[in-house]
Structure formats: structure tokens, C-alpha cells
Design a protein around this ligand. Structure first.
Ligand code: FEO
Ligand code: CA
Ligand code: CA
Length: 738
């Protein structure tokens, strides 16, 4: 196995932006040298950055760029928009299906029949593959930051394709769409949620999973190997019949975005967990306390139907716990607090399934997406950036109490190292100001705006973290257009956030809507299929921020909009503000990952607006820096005739060498999750929920399925569409994105 990473094919000289690329190349070269000479240093993304001392673009003065560049980043031909039921990559690239819903994770698990009769999902790939991270394995089978031919993929299984309660592709006849749900169907549905870890290996140029690997494992919505950590551990808010002392949580749910820590563990974000639970119609009256306001703020109204009706399948606790109504006894006798045990960043050791996973309550409770670390600097605190994906929700930052010690990049006990950095610190929420600056506001019980908040009486700091949305309301945080993933620019440490869309953004905003503001400035109408009007900000945008001099611990930042999603033909003055061309146009950015190898920012879409023209896609980008564009004022007229002028800050329009479509997915899928081997030559991404628009009534007629991917790509028997991981390689052996 190759142990040195060769960056000699890096080309900095073909770009019209020499400053950016030469800085990047110097950094990559230095990283290559460090890795080659030291051996297993750090973990991939930020371990390397920390060693390179990457900062503002003027570092590494002694490093000479590598010679003989032969590669042009974004040198591939753009992929055209498409509505075909295939995954399309540029000429010269190959995409192969690697790991689909139901694939075995043990030698004893039978092959997936994909006809609705399969069971044992605790030993199979889950559904709706989402965020994903790479954990290398050396030839000795031990963790390795430089391994490129063998590793573990740790990934989220967010949800399942469903209609009227039932995950119909999992059941032979489509399942039961009325209450009560049969226990056997519910057992399958709870087991396809959560996380999987699967070993993958490159043998003679062909990637495959290792189904018999002892590394493989699942966490599901019922897993018991999970504990509550941080300030809310043992708090009265966490006491349930399952955990009388409030220290354990059962299962992880609706896992969406991911992160990888500088000490080599996997972070998974629990996103739309609230909708899986049910409350009796009388529960507000029975509770008659502040918990009603908290439940409503997290989207759980009394009597609202749960997503799958799991609470209806029986009296066993594994079903009963999905009904979170308050009973007549103590909190330890029922599941009234069960909702408080979901909504966290959960940390697990992908290399060691015997280690108990941790729900990190210090990072706050909301609809979590990815968790991105700012550049680790020895002796300084770590920062973790996070978004809350619902309309009008917020952007957060956690700053660790502990200062980063470089020796922790290779710890003997990884999750205990996580305890050190992620269990104590400060949680901040972002306020974006109209002058292009912003503030991080600490969510602390000692802040009088929180302590005296009229909307909810916080008991203690644990209550502030468990009900972070309410605390953020109290301090006047900026309501955003659905913050999805965030990622750190490997070239300069700036933080990028996708804001996927917001149908609630309105010039004449009512109390339940958001008026346009500087950071969320667009309000327009897009039409789908020529008729259906979509209002608000249907196409989304990508925001970026640059911390003040204090870096991770900074209390202020500057920001602008890197790029606005838009159809290339849309109004250039009001909608297509980034002048996107047909090779670049996109809608609803969601997944966002900077490649630690190439520095390319990969943008993935989960769209419902431009889908009359194209399936969801992935684009490659080489973004610039905060402030490389200009201020722009968008003028609106309200229905009462008054003017509403919004100042915003728009990055430089990305040219063809800076933003290009790389991939278009199968029908009705979203593109999500991205990780690479450290040499950048094998990329893994997820194709989630192809064919999600299929009608349950058509389950017996595969010809009526809206997608038959990946069966139609030659993968496995059966015609039911399946979420799957694919691996992308370049036919000439080069790096992905060149
Ligand atoms: Fe699961 Fe917000 O995407
Ligand atoms: Ca349209
Ligand atoms: Ca997402």
C-alpha cells in the first residue's frame, strides 16, 4: 500500500486566480511533506491544516510549491442538467454503486432480495444514506490517517421513503397505512434509521464493501449503546422510564449531516426527530406547565399525527416510548421527557463499536445538520459550527473550554478525548447585521435576556441547552433560510453555510413569516412546470463568514453571500444575483464539503424547485474570500406602498473556472454525504431516496415506480429503488475534480 501522498500533479498555474491557488498548493505540498516524513500525523481535514498552520493566506513562507503541475482543478467538462434515471459524471470519470439499502453487514446476513420480505436490518445497511465520513485503515488493520486503499465509511441513515405512515418499499405489499401499525413493520422501520459503519476496500482498482468485517456495525432508533453527556446529563429534563437518572438515551434518529473530529471520531446530527413522536390530545392540559411551550417550539403539538405511528404497535416500551404524553405518576414512570433525549450532535468511535456513543448536550438541541470544526490551533479553544434546519431557524457555534493539544490528534481513547473537548464550553448563536458584520451571542443562563425571557422560564444552563431555540429567540438571533450543512474552507479557514430555501420569507411578513434581511435578502416567485408558483427564497444561497482576529473564540465576524442559487435565465437584478450560467445553475444547496485533498468545495442539492428541469446535482467550486464582491441593495415595495430596501453583500460572480456542475443524480434523489480517500482519488457520495415520488398503491407494478435506480445501473436484483453509496474514480487515476 502506498504510504506517501503525491501532490506533484497539483497545478497552480492554470488558474486566473494565482493568489488562491498558489497558497493552496503551498499548503498541500507542506501537508504532503509532513505526512510523508512524520507518518500518521493528525486526522485528515483539520489535523493536516493544524500542522500546516493554515490561516490567512500568508503562511508557510519557507515552502516551495511542488514542481511539474499537470492538473487543472475544475478542468472537467460540465455535466448538463438531466432528468434521466441515471447518475451522470463528467467524461473520463466512473461512478459505481458500492453500498445500498439492505446490503449485508455480517457474513451470516443473507443477500438483500429487495422484494419487501427482507428483515434483520440491524445487520444491514439502513435507508436514506446521508452524511458520511472516511476513517482509513492501514495494512495492519489499525486506524491510519494516510491509508488510501482500505477504510471505514461511517454514514447516516436519515429516514425512509414513506406514504401515509408506511415505509412502503420495505414491506411486501407496501405495508399498513392505518393505525395501529403492525409490530413487524415497525421493527423494520425503526431498524433502518440510525448510522452504519462498513469497511470498504480497493482490490486491483475495484472498490467493494467487506460484509464479514468485524468493524461493521449499526446504531438504530432503538440502540442501547448511547449515553447522555455534557451539562444536561442527569438533569431532571432527561429522566425517563428508560433512564431513571437521566444519563442514557435510547437510539439515535433522523441522522442527517455529519462531522469528523480532529481526534478521529464521527459526529452525527439528529435532524427531524420531533415528528416521530405522538402526544395525546389532552396532553397540554395534563402537563399544564412550561414543557408545553418547549414542545411546541420543537414542533410537537398535542394530537398531531406522528410520522409512522410507531407508538401504536404495542405496549412494549420499544413502541410505547414514541407516545410522549405525561402520565399520572412521576417522570421516571413514563416517556414525557423522551423528546428531550433527541436533537443532538452524537459522537461515536467508528473504529470501535464497543465504545458507548455520546449525545453531546453542550452543543445544543435543535434540528442538527453537519458539525464543522474551525481550524484547530494548539493552545486555543476549538470551535464547532452548526445549523438548525427549519424555516427561520438559527446558526450556532460551540467553543470548547479546553484548549487544543496537538497530541490529541492521535489519542489512545478517542471518545474520552471527545469528553474533554465537547462536554464543556460555550454555545453561541449568530446575529447577522446589515453592515456585513455579525455577532456571536452566548446562550447563558447568566444573560439577563435569557434569565428573564417572557416566553419560557429557564431553570438552569442545561435547560438553556436543551431548549436552545427558545434561548436563541430570547437574544434576538437572526432567522435564516434553513441552515443546512456547513464546512470550513481548507484554504483560509472561512466558514460556509448552505441556506437551502425558505418559503416563509415574505416582504409583507406576518408574525409567522420572516421579512427579507441582509443575510437572507431575496424574495421572489419561481414557477415550476410553468404554473406552480413557489414563493419566498425557493433556490437558496450559500453564506460564508470570516471570524475576527480571535479566530475560534471570536465574538464577531464578517460575512457575505458566496453564491445565490438560481436558474440561469432568472432575473439578473433580483434573482440570479451571482450571474450563474447553464453549466452552473442550481437550486436548494444542502450538502457542503471542502475536500481536504484538492480544496474544492463540493455543493450538493436537495431540491424541489428546479426539479421540473433537472434532477438534483453536485457542483465543484473554488470559492474566493469573504469581501471579494460588493454591496448590493435590493429594493422591494410592500403592499401598503412603503419601500423596503435591503443592503446585502454579494461575492464575486464565480466564473466557469470557479463553479461547475460535476454530477446529476437519478430521478427524485437528493445528493448528499461526501468523503474521499486522503489522496483525493476515490470519492464516496450518497444517492438518497431515488423514486421517492412513487405511489404506495403502485407497489405491485415496478413499471410505475418513478425510479428503478440502482437496479437499472446493474446493481442487485429487484426493481425497487434504493438509497446507495457510490464511489467515483477518475479513469486516468487522477484526483476527483481535476
Ligand atoms: Fe436532512 Fe436538512 O436535511
Ligand atoms: Ca422554475
Ligand atoms: Ca440535509
Amino acid at each position: 500500500m502506498t504510504t506517501l501522498i503525491d501532490f506533484n500533479d497539483e497545478n497552480s498555474n492554470t488558474s486566473p486566480n494565482p493568489t488562491f491557488d498558489s497558497v493552496l498548493q503551498a499548503r498541500l505540498s507542506r501537508r504532503g511533506l509532513l505526512r510523508g516524513s512524520v507518518g500518521t500525523v493528525g486526522t485528515s481535514l483539520l489535523g493536516g491544516l493544524a500542522l500546516a498552520g493554515c490561516g490567512g493566506g500568508d503562511d508557510d513562507p519557507a515552502v516551495t510549491p511542488a514542481p511539474a503541475p499537470t492538473e487543472t482543478l475544475l478542468g472537467f467538462s460540465a455535466v448538463a442538467k438531466s432528468m434521466l434515471d441515471v447518475v451522470t459524471v463528467p467524461a473520463g470519470y466512473t461512478a459505481s454503486v458500492l453500498y445500498a439499502l439492505g446490503d449485508p453487514l455480517t457474513a451470516a446476513t443473507p443477500a438483500y432480495k429487495n422484494d419487501g420480505t427482507d428483515a434483520d436490518f440491524e445487520t444491514r445497511a439502513g435507508d436514506h444514506h446521508d452524511g458520511m465520513e472516511w476513517f482509513g485503515l492501514g495494512a495492519d488493520g489499525k486506524p491510519s490517517a494516510i491509508a488510501i486503499a482500505s477504510g471505514l465509511l461511517a454514514m447516516n441513515h436519515e429516514a425512509t421513503t414513506d406514504e401515509k405512515l408506511s415505509s412502503f418499499f420495505l414491506h411486501a405489499n407496501g405495508g399498513t397505512s392505518t393505525l395501529p401499525r403492525p409490530a413487524a413493520e415497525v421493527d423494520k422501520e425503526t431498524a433502518i434509521h440510525g448510522v452504519s459503519v462498513v469497511e470498504v476496500k480497493n482490490t486491483s482498482g475495484k472498490w467493494a464493501t467487506v460484509p464479514a468485517s468485524a468493524f461493521n456495525f449499526r446504531l438504530t432508533a432503538l440502540s442501547t449503546n448511547i449515553q447522555i453527556n455534557g451539562p444536561a446529563r442527569g438533569n431532571a429534563l432527561m429522566v425517563t422510564k428508560y433512564s431513571l437518572d437521566g444519563t442514557k438515551a435510547r437510539g439515535t434518529l433522523n441522522n442527517c449531516g455529519t462531522g469528523k473530529t480532529p481526534w478521529g471520531t464521527f459526529l452525527t446530527g439528529e435532524e427531524n426527530w420531533s415528528g416521530y413522536f405522538f402526544r395525546n390530545a389532552t396532553d397540554d392540559t395534563v402537563r399544564n406547565d412550561k414543557s408545553v411551550a418547549a414542545l411546541k417550539r420543537y414542533g410537537r403539538n398535542a394530537a398531531a399525527a406522528s410520522r409512522h405511528g410507531w407508538e401504536s404497535a404495542g405496549t412494549d416500551d420499544k413502541y410505547a416510548r414514541w407516545n410522549i404524553s405525561q402520565g399520572a405518576g412521576a417522570a421516571s414512570a413514563d416517556y414525557r421527557n423522551e423528546l428531550n433525549t433527541f436533537g443532538y450532535i452524537v459522537e461515536l468511535d467508528a473504529y470501535d463499536k464497543t465504545k458507548t456513543a455520546r449525545k453531546r448536550t453542550a452543543l445544543g438541541r435543535f434540528a442538527h445538520e453537519s458539525a464543522a470544526f474551525g481550524k484547530p490551533v494548539a493552545g486555543q479553544p476549538l470551535a464547532v459550527y452548526m445549523g438548525d434546519d427549519s424555516r427561520g431557524e438559527y446558526i450556532y457555534k460551540f467553543v470548547s473550554a479546553a484548549s487544543w493539544a496537538a497530541a490529541d490528534a492521535n489519542p489512545t481513547d478517542r471518545v474520552t478525548t471527545g469528553d474533554k473537548y465537547l462536554d464543556s464550553g460555550k454555545l453561541y448563536v449568530a446575529k447577522f447585521n446589515s453592515d456585513g458584520k455579525g455577532d456571536w451571542v452566548e446562550l447563558s443562563i447568566s444573560n439577563s435576556a435569557i434569565a428573564a425571557y417572557a416566553g419560557y422560564k429557564f431553570a438552569d444552563q442545561a435547560d438553556v441547552l436543551v431548549n436552545a431555540r427558545l434561548a436563541a429567540d430570547a437574544v434576538g438571533a437572526t432567522k435564516m433560510d434553513r441552515p443546512e450543512w456547513c464546512s470550513t474552507n481548507v484554504a483560509n479557514g472561512e466558514i460556509y453555510f448552505t441556506l437551502t430555501n425558505n418559503s416563509n420569507r415574505n416582504v409583507n411578513a406576518s408574525s409567522s413569516q420572516q421579512a427579507p434581511d441582509s443575510a437572507n435578502p431575496r424574495v421572489y416567485t419561481d414557477t415550476k412546470n410553468g404554473t406552480t408558483a413557489q414563493n419566498g427564497n425557493p433556490n437558496g444561497h450559500i453564506l460564508r463568514l470570516k471570524e475576527a482576529a480571535a479566530g475560534n473564540a471570536a465574538l464577531t465576524f464578517s460575512w457575505d453571500v458566496y453564491v445565490f442559487g438560481a436558474e440561469s435565465g432568472a432575473d439578473a437584478g433580483k434573482v440570479n444575483l451571482s450571474s450563474l450560467t447553464a453549466d452552473q445553475d442550481f437550486s436548494s444547496p444542502d450538502g457542503l464539503v471542502f475536500s481536504p485533498s484538492t480544496g474544492i468545495m463540493w455543493i450538493q442539492t436537495d431540491d424541489g424547485a428546479y426539479t421540473d428541469v433537472t434532477n438534483c446535482m453536485m457542483l465543484a467550486s473554488l470559492p474566493g474570500t469573504v469581501g471579494d464582491g460588493a454591496k448590493k441593495t435590493l429594493a422591494y415595495t410592500k403592499t401598503d406602498g412603503s419601500a423596503l430596501n435591503v443592503d446585502t453583500y454579494v461575492g464575486k460572480a464565480p466564473g466557469a473556472d470557479k463553479l461547475k456542475r460535476f454530477l446529476v443524480g437519478a430521478k427524485e434523489c437528493e445528493i448528499t454525504g461526501l468523503c474521499e480517500t486522503p489522496d483525493g482519488k476515490a470519492m464516496f457520495i450518497n444517492i438518497q431516496h431515488p423514486g421517492e415520488g412513487t405511489k404506495m398503491a403502485d407497489i405491485a407494478d415496478p413499471a410505475k415506480y418513478t425510479s428503478q435506480w440502482p437496479s437499472n445501473a446493474g446493481y442487485g436484483a429487484g426493481k425497487r429503488p434504493r438509497s446507495a453509496t457510490i464511489v467515483i474514480t477518475k479513469n486516468d487515476g487522477g484526483r476527483i475534480g481535476s
